[in-house]
Each structure stands twice: as C-alpha cells, then as structure tokens.
Design a protein around this ligand. Sequence first.
Ligand SMILES: C[S@@+](CC[C@H](N)C(=O)[O-])C[C@H]1O[C@@H](n2cnc3c(N)ncnc32)[C@H](O)[C@@H]1O
Length: 369
Amino acid sequence: MAHATLNTAKEAKKDEFYTLLDDIAKELKYYTQYFQGKVVLCNCDDPYESNFFKYFALNFNRLGLKKLIATCYDGSPVAGDELPLLFEIEETEPKKIAYKVEITEVQDYNNDGAVNLADVQYLIQNDKNVLSLLKGNGSFDSPECIELLKEADIVVTNPPFSLFREYLALLDKYSKQFLIIGNINSLAYRETFKMFQQNKIRTGYTNFNVGMYFQVPDSWEKFHHLENGKKIARVSTSCWLTNLPVTKHNEDLILYKHYTTEEYPKYENFDGININAYNDIPVDYEGIMGVPLTFLDKYNPEQFEIIGLGISNSGLECGVQPYKPDHKKYRKEVQKRGAVDGDLYMMINGEVTVPYTRILIRNKKPQKP
Ligand SMILES: C[S@@+](CC[C@H](N)C(=O)[O-])C[C@H]1O[C@@H](n2cnc3c(N)ncnc32)[C@H](O)[C@@H]1O
C-alpha cells in the first residue's frame, strides 16, 4: 500500500511547504554539469504549482535534459495559478487528480523569441503525449511512480517531510542520484545518518542552518510575510541534501584550537569529549569527539571518520553506555533533563549536563600534540 494513505491530516499539514524558485535556482546553479542528457524526475510536484517543474521546464535546453517528468499527488492542497489547467474532464478539480507530465523538448512554440512558461503551457495543452492521468494516487511509492523512478537519472524535489524516511529509502534502494530538501533534524534519523557514514549523502551548497522561506497555503494563519499576496513561512531547519559532488566536502575544515581538559569535558558514559561548535574541534585530539549536527555541513570524509550517533535508540554501534555502574545515581538526573538511557551526558561544575544531539567523530589526521 502506498504510504500516503497512512498520512494523518496533521502530518500532511507539515508537508505543505512550497519551495521558492529563487532558492531552487541558487542551489541548482552548482550542479549544471550533472544534468546533460539526463532524465529528471520531480515526484512530489504538481507541475502547475511546483517551482521545481518550472525551473527544469524553463532551463530544459540550457541544461541539455533528455526528459523531464513531474508527478502530481492527488492530495496536493495548494492549487497552482501560474499555469491554469485545462483538463478534458472539466468538472474535476485539478488539484485532486494524480497525473504526470513528461517533456522531451521545449521550443519557442508561440514564436515570441524566447522559451518561457507560455511555451510550456502551450506544450502541455496541445501535445496529447505530454500530460496523462495516473491510475493510482500519484504517491512516490506507488507502482507506476516507481516505474518512473526507475527511468529517472536524477530526482530533484522537496518531498513531504512526514514521509522523509520512506522517501530517502526509496531513492537509496533504486540507487538514484538526488538533490532534495530535507530538515536538519532528519539527519539524525538512523537511515539518513547511516548514509552519511557511508558517504552516500551530503549537504548542499546553500547555507546550512540559516533557514529557508517557503510558500504555504492561504488558509494558514501563521506565516512570516506576504509576497505578491502569497503567504511565506520560514523554516529555520531546512537544508539541501544530495549524493552529487559538492566541493566543500572535499575540503579540510581549518582547525585552530588545541585540546585542553578544561575546555573539552569528557562524557561520563562514553570515552569521548564534548564539543559545542564544529569550529572548536581541536586540531590535536586523537580520540572520539561529540560534535553538533551542523558538523555534517563541513564533513570531509578524508579528514574525519564518523563513528556513530551519541543518542539513544540510534541503533548504531558506538558503545555509549546508558550509565556507568558507579554513576547510577545520575540516572534520574539524566532523565530529568529529557534524556534517556543511552544519551550522552557529562558533568559540568558538578551538574549533570545533557548536550543536544551529538555525532561521534574521529580526526583521521590529528596534529601531534
Ligand atoms: C513539502 S511539499 C513540496 C512540494 C513541491 N515539491 C515543492 O517543493 O514546492 C511536499 C508535497 O508532496 C506532496 N505529497 C504528500 N505525500 C506524497 C506522496 N506520498 N507522494 C507524492 N507526493 C506527496 C504534498 O501534497 C506536497 O505537495
């Protein structure tokens, strides 16, 4: 059964963040060379509302794409107005139909001297092979969408956050190249984290941890500002994720601090030191270090080895002890701070301190102390 049918209304609400064209262009400009002759799939994208579809349709010739496929899920709640839809079944609401658009060329059909959205609209409305209804609901994991996935070389989209795990697992299963928007918190999901460890995923170029703006449905009461009458919300934890090459992940992070026992407390339940910001990583520490998730944006697999996640239930064998037998008395204190057995904790000024999610890493080439 397609996962979408398991969505609760609450989860679906979290998914209604529509990526702005500017943000897509800002990130995509770094990957131009990887699109030549490729089949691109946007599989969470109503062509009439998605800026991913718009971006690739408008840049189809410049990127040298072989084919662009976009599929619309029938639960999509934002009706697009940029390209008014002319379905043959007129009485049916366009946004409730699952369909796909497949484009293999974009020309200046209206002879206005430029290839633009009017040409894409002309193509969709006049070429019967371009737009077709799907049999199922258009969920990315439905059989017909999986067939499209198999045909694709690169998948590019902002998938529903509530289905992020399932979505990434599918891309991994079919070994697809991808460029997607995720959430920093999802980096600590066991499945995503394992892919980082295996160097099968990395963060993109757009500044990490500064947030991105998204269009949200008109019915939303909370939003950041209005842009051309559209409601725009800010998501501070958005990030781009890809398995395409990203040059910064081949560059060493410049380290300038030196290890001291005073500055870097040891965890009580794990043989490692705590570090609160990636640029505080000491250049000369040989052991395991717990660093915040933001480290992943600077991670160069040639420079560091990722050992595991310092949180409970991570399922990653990293040897974190729930609590040492001689520290049983701290267990209650650790739990009071919202942590559970298996979360890292340390003592600072005699107080139990539980850091936020830590990644356990080791420097592959530490400077001799
Ligand atoms: C975060 S929004 C992003 C939409 C678009 N990709 C963009 O970036 O503007 C996620 C979209 O996925 C759609 N969606 C939800 N469940 C889906 C599923 N199982 N398969 C495909 N799309 C789904 C939602 O309706 C929503 O339009």
